[in-house]
Design a protein around this ligand. Structure first.
Ligand code: SF4
Length: 147
């Protein structure tokens, strides 16, 4: 738990689980999948917990497996299911992905504040987005490396 970038900031018992931290995130959904379906998603999949585990438990891989399992059990919120379906379709079409990125960066520059920070953007309640960059990472890479 002390190596986890999520739990280092949120604290051990912030997710309403008896066993805190990454270990709890793989144990609690087994005990009550419906109640703890969000736990495996509170993870960046960075693998730091697996790296420091003295008995080499593949925690981050188990968290990924839990995500698939919970999705198959239809325990994800409707909005997340729709968002994941749309994101999957976007990731399979590189040109559309690049176009969506350009439109998103432009929208962040021109949209009035209330259209970005509203009740449909729960992250925006406590966080400000950084200014939209003029180029995507891919465009910067092409400029610097000529590919
Ligand atoms: S893989 Fe997930 S649970 Fe493990 S340290 Fe990284 S963020 Fe935390």
């Amino acid at each position: 738990m002390n190596t986890c970038p999520v739990y280092r900031r949120s604290g051990g018992h912030s997710y309403n689980a008896v066993v805190p931290g990454p270990i709890g995130s793989i144990l609690e959904p087994a005990r009550d999948p419906a109640k703890h379906a969000s736990l495996p998603h509170a993870c960046t999949l960075c693998g730091s917990c697996s790296d420091v585990c003295p008995v080499k438990i593949n925690i981050h891989e188990q968290l990924l497996i839990w995500r698939r399992e919970l999705a198959q059990q239809k325990l994800l919120p409707f909005t997340k299911r729709v968002a994941m379906t749309l994101t999957s379709a976007l990731f399979q079409r590189p040109r559309l992905y690049a176009l969506a990125g350009r439109m998103g960066r432009m929208a962040l520059r021109v949209l009035p504040r209330f259209m970005v920070y509203n009740r449909f953007n729960p992250w925006g309640r406590q966080r400000e987005l950084p200014p939209a960059p003029p180029q995507s990472f891919r465009e910067l890479y092409q400029i610097r490396h000529g590919r």
